[in-house]
Design a protein around this ligand. Sequence first.
Ligand code: GDP
Length: 701
Amino acid sequence: MGRDLPLNRTRNIGIMAHIDAGKTTLTERILYYTGKTYKMGEVHDGTAEMDWMVQEKERGITITAAATTCFWRNARINIIDTPGHVDFTVEVERSLRVLDSSIAVFDAVAGVEPQSETVWRQADKYHIPRICFINKMDRVGADFERSIDMIREKLFSEPLCLQIPILKSNDEFVGVVDILQMKGLAWDDDLGEKYEEIPIPENLLSTVETYRDKLIETLAEYDDEIMEKFIEGFPVDIESMKSAIRRVTISSKAFPVFCGSALKNKGVQPILDAIIDYLPSPRDMKPVEGHNPKISDDLLFRKPEDKDSFCALVFKISSDTYVGKLSYARIYSGNVKTGDIVLNVTTNKKERIGRILRMHANDREDVKEVFTGDIVALVGVKSVRTGDTLSDVDNPILLEKMEFPEPVISKRFEPKTKAEAEKFKSVLQRLEDEDPTFKVKYDPDTGETLIFGMGELHLEIIVDRLTREFNIHANIGKPQVTYKETITKNCRSEYKYTNNIGGVDQFGHVVIEMEPLKPGTGFIFENRLVNDEIPQIFISIIEDGLKDAMKAGVLAGYEMMDIKTSLIGGSYDQNKSVDIAYRIAANMAFKDGARRSEPSLLEPIMKLEVVSPEEYTGDIINDLNSRRARVEGIDMLKLLKVINALVPLSEVFGYATRLRSISQGRASHTLQFSHYDIVPKNIIENIVGKMTGRISTNLSS
Ligand code: GDP
């Protein structure tokens, strides 16, 4: 069996937007017009096809990146759903990793909103070609030109305006002028399946001319072929313009802009055409890069071709009631069949591909074989986790790992009944497998389970899922900040461990030097022994002992970070030296050193952006000042103020409610983890002073 469609007839796209811009509605319309959904759902009544999970519907946000396949003009479009809320930025990042291109949806009234900027910048980072859809053209206050200006001014990107809206005299949005073809398109008021060509309205003729001249000028600026024609004064035909638009879009030099109203079923089909005409196929992508798992600096490449050897990246795990674990994978090269044995290069385990599923909006299809460029769900690959590489057993390649930030917030979680507690462990394991930014820790001292996530909303949604999907009811604690500890001063520390256990002497002796590192560096170990004071076999044991010590800090037991420890001396006793003695000696030397190196607490600092009408900015800033925030800048966004600040996470719990009351619901905000920073001394005492009596002595030593 061969492929059903040539590789250049595949598109892997994402749809990215600020929450509420209309991404779900647009996706749902796309699925409707491409013929895979039979009933048109609408977000406000909670039936949209992509939002499977109950709480997503209730909150109207999309949090899982499910891949859905549809067909248009004899091409396969795989849509990767990307979330719009900032708490799930890592979900966005991981879908961007496997996409070739994206549609950016904007709300024609709000224009480019703060979260659109964040997502746009992420897409820049991954060089994702984009087309823009200015949605909600039917709303009062919709402003197409302003949205275009904002793309230029706020996103610093070159818009290629391929349409302008047609409004009736009462401002009702009826269709668009296609600037390239120089014709009008009008939609009927039904489900928008039919639309007809109409003459360009008289009153728009000169505007359309201006836009068309501008389009050719912009293309000439970025594309040599058009430039030549332009300079030599030749007419620029539609076909050469289309090829040029495709080239500048794929190279991310400019971004075609369309407009419409997903809700009113207008303007969606031209977007589908544009996906095929202007966005890249997997064949247009560079070979994927990875390395040989056995020789880490040996760079390897796989071309996007069926005849190259198989490799794929698993970008999402989800659990399914019927088939169990689904591993969503992007095939970068080669092909794979059901029953094939592949290598999970990340874990070095062989796996058999049980089934391959192509997910459609309302059904799923078993396929026997998939080829380069496709995105499918695999069933039966047990050891796989998000970010793992699968490859041909004889030609392993390890693709670049996905980086997931550490969770910064936790909540105590205590199942209400014993039966629930039993079920709880396996369910949490499953959720941890699905979501790499969700972590669970069991504290044997207190018997408590702590769940960790990226923000308040992230944990709220997990708790919601536990209740609804798995029927686990629990007492839930208040959100807690995940603090870390570090040292702020260099120090030398020595520990000699001697003991006698069951008549056997034990001996280990180390001298170390500790120094604080730049934030975010983690832990570095260096062996600086010049003479072999300690035999080589004990060195990795000493390193393990130091790592053990890093796990629980000396101030309040939080994990330590950003410390370099060098082994500079020690001694050895031929008869008594054993592993455990060096491990303990290293641990004790480190702890003792940490106490004498002015230990400090580190707290997560969040990047906060508030957009508000001017009259509330004074109150908002006063409130921020009382939260230890550092206001970094205040910009104007038309009539609104944009306040950028850095603020400790502990100070912004429940901020949404507070902001709503200060601004009478008119200001909006986004919060994102920025970095860890040292907690001021007076605050440390508040945070951990009650937890441990050691705090005051440690701080003053
Ligand atoms: P998402 O958060 O980006 O997925 O946005 P949704 O698709 O959930 O849409 C948010 C809200 O805007 C819903 O109430 C939609 O019905 C509404 N909406 C979406 N598209 C349009 C549109 O074209 N015009 C208008 N007036 N409302 C829209």
